[in-house]
Design a protein around this ligand. Structure first.
Ligand SMILES: [Zn+2]
Length: 339
């Protein structure tokens, strides 16, 4: 079985995005949000069948851990109420996709984060999504300001209510920023990769996993710059008098395979223990084109992983075992189906 740990609903029916624009306009004018539009099951089916489902089948994966479009989370827009309504609408839509295609999609939620707001509403939305909608994790935005970095580091007690709820529900988070409101940082080219790298260094500097030994976090996009600079991070851990990274961070942190060329995947697997790598493609997402050097889609990451010629045990770990370990509620759902 092949599980893609990183997929977003980037192809939602257009009413969804239109409502978001209207919601933000209403907020700017001091008005109440409009009511959410009707979206039919057929519209949802069509948006999935022609996109994610088709590509998943063509590329040979079986299922996707599926979350709302990350760049559209826009936690820096509106206020906490606006983020709450938007997160709920996005998560309910993911639940409908998972309900229509239960063999293929399982939900991960967007959180109603807002700059400066505490995380009570986010913990409550996570609980709703896990207990009522059958979701198996969340996307946690380390920078709800959209590129201004006004929140404390992920190791700060500010974040603890989320971690407590995640541990209580036994679900992980993918550390995932949203759009960039800072013109210095292109969203997917700089802001995403910066955030992945930043989160990892925060984990080195802090001692988060001493307080939460069961907490699990996935750093996407292959861990940002971390694998390439692994020696730097090992050296900094040593200079900061921290334990080796294998004990200090890597019991709790995994990377995905959203690296869009073969040399990058080769390096990821050379440097990072195979038990810390989850197959992911972020499809349909950040880089949608075809690589003229290979003739294949950049985000067809299964090709690169297959080309590594991993032995059977390692391939099983990367393609499904690690995801089932990091997302135990996914494992339970699959076990219940005899998988
Ligand atoms: Zn993503």
């Amino acid at each position: 079985m092949i599980i893609d740990c990183h997929g977003h609903y980037t192809t939602a029916p257009p009413q969804h995005e239109t409502w978001r624009k209207e919601q933000l306009s209403a907020f700017a004018e001091g008005l109440a949000s409009p009511s959410y539009p009707a979206i039919t099951d057929d519209e949802i089916r069509e948006s999935i069948e022609q996109n994610q489902l088709r590509l998943l089948r063509e590329r040979g994966a079986d299922m996707t851990i599926f979350s709302p479009r990350a760049s559209a989370m826009g936690h820096h827009l509106g206020d906490e109420r606006v983020s709450g309504e938007w997160a709920r609408a996005c998560n309910d839509l993911i639940a409908r996709v998972a309900g229509l295609f239960p063999q293929t999609f399982i939900g991960v939620c967007q959180l109603p984060q807002s700059p400066g707001a505490d995380l009570k509403a986010s913990a409550a939305e996570l609980e709703r999504c896990v207990l009522e909608l059958g979701f198996v994790g969340c996307n946690l935005n380390p920078d709800p300001s959209g590129g201004m970095w006004t929140s404390p580091p992920l190791t700060d007690r500010y974040w603890y209510p989320m971690y407590e709820k995640m541990c209580e529900l036994d679900v992980p988070a993918m550390v995932h920023v949203s759009a960039s409101a800072n013109p210095n940082f292109h969203a997917t080219g700089a802001h995403y990769i910066n955030a992945d790298t930043t989160a990892f260094m925060q984990f080195i500097q802090g001692d988060l996993f001493a307080d939460f030994p069961e907490l699990r976090l996935v750093i996407p996009h292959g861990g940002g710059a971390v694998p390439y600079h692994w020696g730097r991070y090992r050296g900094l851990a040593d200079m900061l008098k921290k334990p080796p990274l294998a004990e200090h961070v890597m019991r709790n942190v995994s990377f995905d395979t959203c690296v869009y060329h073969q040399p990058g995947i080769n390096l990821l697997f050379d440097v990072i223990d195979v038990d810390n790598i989850l197959f992911g493609s972020e499809m349909v997402g950040a880089v949608r084109g075809i690589d003229p050097e290979t003739g294949h889609y950049f985000d067809d990451t299964k090709r690169y992983v297959d080309a590594l010629d991993l032995d059977e045990a390692d391939a099983a770990a990367v393609y499904s075992g690690n995801a089932r370990r990091v997302y135990p509620r996914l494992d339970q759902a699959l076990s219940a189906r005899g998988l």
